[in-house]
Design a protein around this ligand. Structure first.
Ligand code: HEC
Ligand code: HEC
Length: 502
């Protein structure tokens, strides 16, 4: 600098800090560039990363927060709000039925902008993402012309998750998924600013399409011709973990399970040898919630402390939530008789020290397909991935899977269809020998059947709304759990009456 000044013949004027004449253009250019850079960076941050808190009503009560509160999934897994909004208008034929996203069996409360478990949050621009409540909210009705009752932390037995995953990818693959078409449709519903229009057209739409198409590879097993669809209310959780979290190559396993209930989560006590998930893959609720939330985020959390605080809130919330009471009449005298049957034939597993622990497959005899989707090595690998994010948790069980958890039966009336893979439509059917249980039925319809205790699984409406479950197909077997199937009919009826009270 010194040398340059000396060599410079131009007068620097009175300002000792003024640059020498010969270099003034450079300084101006640099300053302008710097200013433009700062402005662009700010604009980029503002338009793509700036996080705005959700409106106050979302977090006003714990219920609202559970249903609509962001858990941070918008950053990496969010879909731009306006794209999400117009897709069903452009591609209605790719959805399972009429009525837009509602045809996916989401829990949609009257007057709400988005279904339960769908969040709207601005990260640069408004985005839509999901929470636990998308899969863990149950719905039931007593008649088809009644509004559904939504039960928080219940099993999302109506949700057609596979159809949702496939829908987004199928849209992105369609040549009509382009900026011209999407912008034209967006223009019909909102007026974006000039800058937003540019951003949507040249960045947000193409990037969204690219991201969705990238997922296609990871979802390849959903498109296999030789695999049956999951059907409503099921997802292939451990394969999702394998292909998304630890990014293993695809294998031939398929083991979709029912969405479980989360109410009364405090019943699980790892100190008593209890395990989580249908096959006892995980040590404790804290770990399962972390892993589930990471699945939703689709990436490492931005801030581990914030993330773990969110996890603890969720755990506290669902731990304290009671199982819902059976909403129809119960014959108390008969239920009393049923309790004696239960104590004699069921309590050894379902109301004892064995409850919540793994029963060997040979003893329970149900389908093994779910066990084959996961193994010890996968558990080690997944635990490593989470550890490397700087998150400490007891984690997944690093042992071979041996069987299924003897289920807690609280709120069992609302957890149909039954067994881990949802292969038995009603409690009454579960008390029939496997060969006499329905081999095909329709699942995902939410009108309740208080006689057989479960949902209605046949008839025009059930077939229109539901998906067909065929117990002969991979992952769908209804064998095993023959306990109580040899009882006299009167005992079975009494037992079912008692199960309604749990
Ligand atoms: C995409 C649907 C989906 C989402 C979203 C989801 N879960 Fe689950 N969850 C499942 C399924 C399916 C299982 C059963 C997995 C198995 O064992 O095969 C499960 C299992 C669980 C279990 C174990 C239950 C038990 O009794 O063993 C807990 C706890 C749980 N989820 C909590 C959560 C939380 C908390 C979130 C949000 C952070 C969440 N889940 C998000 C589908 C989902
Ligand atoms: C030897 C232990 C054992 C006995 C005895 C037993 N069960 Fe089970 N039960 C299990 C296991 C293990 C599962 C999980 C099996 C699966 O999902 O594949 C289960 C699952 C169930 C389910 C399904 C839970 C759900 O969320 O879908 C119901 C309902 C049930 N049992 C009721 C009964 C009744 C009623 C009796 C008595 C007649 C009984 N069980 C006797 C071990 C037992």
């Amino acid at each position: 600098m010194q040398a340059t000044n000396e060599n410079n013949t131009g007068a620097p004027g009175n300002d000792p800090l003024a640059p020498p004449h010969g270099h003034r253009w450079l300084w101006i250019a640099l300053t302008v560039l710097l200013a433009a850079g700062v402005a662009l960076a700010y604009l980029g941050w503002y338009r793509f990363l700036r996080e705005e808190a959700q409106p106050a009503w979302v977090t006003a009560t714990p219920e609202m927060r559970w249903k609509y509160g962001s858990i941070g999934a918008e950053n990496d897994a969010g879909i731009p709000y306006w794209i999400f909004y117009v897709l069903p208008r452009i591609f209605p034929e790719k959805l399972p039925g009429a009525g837009g996203y509602a045809s996916l069996g989401v829990a949609w409360e009257q007057g709400m902008e988005l279904p339960i478990g769908f969040t709207k949050k601005t990260v640069g621009f408004p985005r839509v993402a999901n929470t636990c409540a998308a899969c863990h909210t149950a719905s039931y009705r007593s008649r088809h012309d009644e509004n559904p009752t939504y039960v928080i932390a219940g099993p999302g037995h109506t949700l057609n998750l596979e159809a949702f995953f496939r829908y987004l990818i199928d849209c992105a693959k369609d040549p009509r998924f382009n900026a011209d078409n999407l912008m034209a449709e967006i223009r019909l519903v909102t007026e974006l600013s000039f800058l937003d229009r540019l951003l949507y057209r040249f960045l947000i739409i193409p990037i969204t399409q690219k991201r969705l198409l990238e997922r296609e590879q990871q979802f390849a097993w959903l498109y296999r011709e030789d695999f049956p669809p999951w059907g409503r209310g099921r997802d292939d959780a451990m394969n999702l973990t394998k292909y998304f979290m630890i990014r293993w190559p695809m294998d031939d396993s398929l083991g979709p399970t029912d969405m479980p209930s989360l109410w009364n989560l405090k019943k699980y006590d790892p100190a008593k040898g209890m395990r989580m998930n249908f096959a006892g893959d995980s040590h404790d609720p804290f770990s399962v919630i972390i892993d589930s939330a990471l699945g939703l985020l689709g990436a490492a959390p931005k801030d581990n402390d914030e993330f773990l605080e969110q996890v603890r809130w969720i755990q506290g919330y669902v731990s304290a939530r009671p199982a819902p009471k059976y909403p129809f009449p119960i014959d108390a005298a008969r239920a009393e008789q049923g309790k004696a049957v239960f104590d004699a034939h069921c309590a050894a597993c379902h109301a004892s020290a064995r409850t919540g622990t793994v029963v060997p497959l040979a003893e329970v005899g149900t389908s093994r397909d779910r066990l084959d989707t996961w193994n010890e090595r996968a558990a080690r690998e997944a635990n490593r991935v989470v550890r490397e994010m700087g998150i400490e948790r007891p984690g997944l069980v690093e042992e071979p899977l041996k069987g299924y958890i003897a289920a807690f039966l609280d709120g069992i009336w609302l957890r149909a269809p039954y067994l881990h893979n949802g292969s038995v439509p009603t409690l009454r059917d579960l008390l029939e020998p496997p060969e006499r249980r329905p081999s095909s039925f329709w699942r995902g319809y939410d009108v309740y059947d208080p006689v057989r205790v479960g949902f209605v699984t046949s008839g025009a409406e059930a077939e229109r709304i539901g998906t067909r479950h065929d117990t002969g197909l991979k992952g769908g077997g209804n064998q095993g759990h023959a306990f109580g199937t040899g009882l006299p009919d009167a005992d079975k009826e009494a037992l079912v009456e008692y199960l309604k009270t749990l």
